[in-house]
Design a protein around this ligand. Structure first.
Ligand code: NAD
Length: 237
């Protein structure tokens, strides 16, 4: 007897409202596009590159994706971003705190990330959101030592500490907090090759990280919290 194999294909974020900081380019942009494909009801791209962010939102579709200026180093702007998202769309289900840079490291990568976690968690708890998810972008070198980049390494180690603490406190509200830690992709290939010896699966693409974020943001990972998912294609350290 021939067995019929049903391949289940479903939209993993149907009806969800998501904010993506640093969504105007790179990993954030790729994630916004993937969230849209997976049926998110509303995606708010938050960034400081207004023209770029607006054009990404427009290309995804204004009914589903909007842009809002938010400099994550300013906690007031972070609070406004989150409050206005809840006011406009009725809830906040997913926060992808992804904005990061190699300058103003602690203001953006550490304190900015903490402000995003703090205010999104508050909004989820106040809104009694079911299955709220927070995903923070760390880095492959956020869990290893590398003297040449001590400030960056420290700023990204802090992301892991934040994720671990927040996941403990928010578990009782059903809110999960996880970290995605990218290696380096094509543009960074030389850098990683020189420093780390990029081997494994080769050069990473933004979509590779976006796929991991989708997993951490959807019910497929409903019993996973406080974890660090490294997406480096097997780069050897
Ligand atoms: P990217 O430069 O394409 O995207 C970062 C985005 O963050 C940009 O759109 C930028 O405008 C925005 N941003 C910067 N400062 C901001 C601020 N103060 N407020 C709001 N938005 C701000 O780079 P990317 O590689 O997609 O970076 C995304 C994340 O991935 C970062 O946290 C970065 O540290 C991390 N990461 C990147 C790599 C890599 O190889 N590129 C490796 C490991 C981790």
């Amino acid at each position: 007897m021939t067995e019929t194999v049903h391949v289940l294909s479903y939209k993993k974020l149907e009806g969800k409202v998501a904010i993506i900081t640093g969504g105007a380019s790179g990993i954030g942009e790729a994630t916004a596009r993937l969230f849209a494909q997976h049926g998110a009801r509303a995606i708010v791209i938050a960034d400081i590159q207004d023209a770029l962010g607006q054009s990404v939102a427009k290309s995804i579709g204004h009914g589903q994706c909007t842009y809002m200026h938010c400099d994550v180093t300013d906690e007031f702007q972070v609070k406004s971003l989150i409050d206005s998202t809840v006011e406009t769309f009725g809830s906040l289900d997913i926060m992808f705190s992804n904005a990061g840079a190699s300058e103003k490291l602690f203001a953006i990568n550490t304190r900015g990330m903490a402000a995003c976690v703090k205010h999104s968690a508050r909004a989820m708890v106040e809104g009694r959101v079911k299955g709220g998810c927070i995903v923070c972008t760390g880095s492959l070198i956020g869990s290893v030592g590398m003297e040449e980049f001590i400030d960056y390494v420290m700023s990204k180690h802090a992301v892991l500490g934040l994720v671990r603490c927040a996941s403990k406190g928010l578990g009782e509200y059903g809110i999960r907090v996880n970290c995605v830690s990218p290696g380096g992709w094509k543009e960074c290939e030389k850098f990683f090759e020189g420093i780390m010896g990029l081997k494994g699966l080769g050069a990473m693409k933004a979509k590779d990280v976006a796929n991991a974020v989708l997993f951490l943001a959807c019910p497929d990972s409903q019993f996973i919290t406080g974890q660090n998912l490294i997406v480096d294609g097997g780069t050897k350290l």
